[in-house]
Design a protein around this ligand. Structure first.
Ligand SMILES: O=P(O)(O)OC[C@H]1O[C@H](OP(=O)(O)OP(=O)(O)O)[C@H](O)[C@@H]1O
Ligand code: HPA
Ligand SMILES: [Mg+2]
Length: 175
């Protein structure tokens, strides 16, 4: 296998089981509301695709492109919008879906940006949280897993655009 240098941290089965639980929780909380999932590209597209299929509600899904990590493993500190939403979210119950909250800078920036568009409510769902790196306190209303201070890849997460296609989440080991 080509990706043998990646040590598994969370298996595909563990991710699937937790995603199912999060979907059930979200289904309960948003019953009768105008749920819009905002998928934060690129990293969150795999998680969003799985999560939305465990939410039993008539939701909408919108996409927002954001980038602050370049080729390296630490945030540049500059959160760049690479693709804006193409629908208004005024009056909607927005749930931002992230793959990871690391420094918190991306989510903090997105909460500020999207609040100006007058949604009825705005919350955050993240598959992963890496508290050791936190630079700004951000709310995570629905969380998959808390992870250690390692740069992780797979299940949508990249290192210099590689590894997004791994079905599990892991840590790249020195070869
Ligand atoms: O909490 P933070 O330190 O801000 O890090 C989290 C963000 O960083 C990654 O995106 P990235 O900039 O790598 O873009 P990508 O999703 O296209 O890979 C990740 O997908 C989150 O959106
Ligand atoms: O650990 C990480 N892996 C991949 N992308 C990321 N963006 C923030 N943290 C990470
Ligand atoms: Mg990235």
């Amino acid at each position: 296998m080509v990706n043998t240098n990646v040590r598994t941290l969370l298996s595909a089965d563990e991710i699937a089981a937790r995603t199912r639980e999060l979907g059930a929780q979200i289904t309960k909380e948003y019953a009768g509301r105008r749920l819009v999932l905002v998928c934060v590209l690129k990293g969150s597209f795999v998680f969003t695709a799985d999560l939305m299929r465990h939410i039993d509600l008539p939701l909408r899904v919108e996409f927002l492109g954001v980038r602050s990590y370049g080729e390296g493993t630490s945030s540049t500190g500059v959160v760049q919008i690479t693709q804006d939403l193409n629908q208004p979210i005024e009056g909607d119950d927005v749930l931002i879906v992230e793959d990871i909250v690391d420094t918190g800078l991306t989510i903090s920036h997105l909460l500020q940006l999207l609040r100006t568009r007058m949604p009825s409510s705005i919350k955050v769902c993240s598959l992963l949280h890496k508290p050791a790196r936190s630079r700004v306190e951000v709310p995570i209303h629905f969380l998959g897993f808390t992870i250690e201070d390692k740069f992780v890849v797979g299940y949508g997460l990249d290192w210099a655009e590689r590894y997004r296609n791994l079905p599990f989440i892991g840590v790249v080991e020195a070869q």
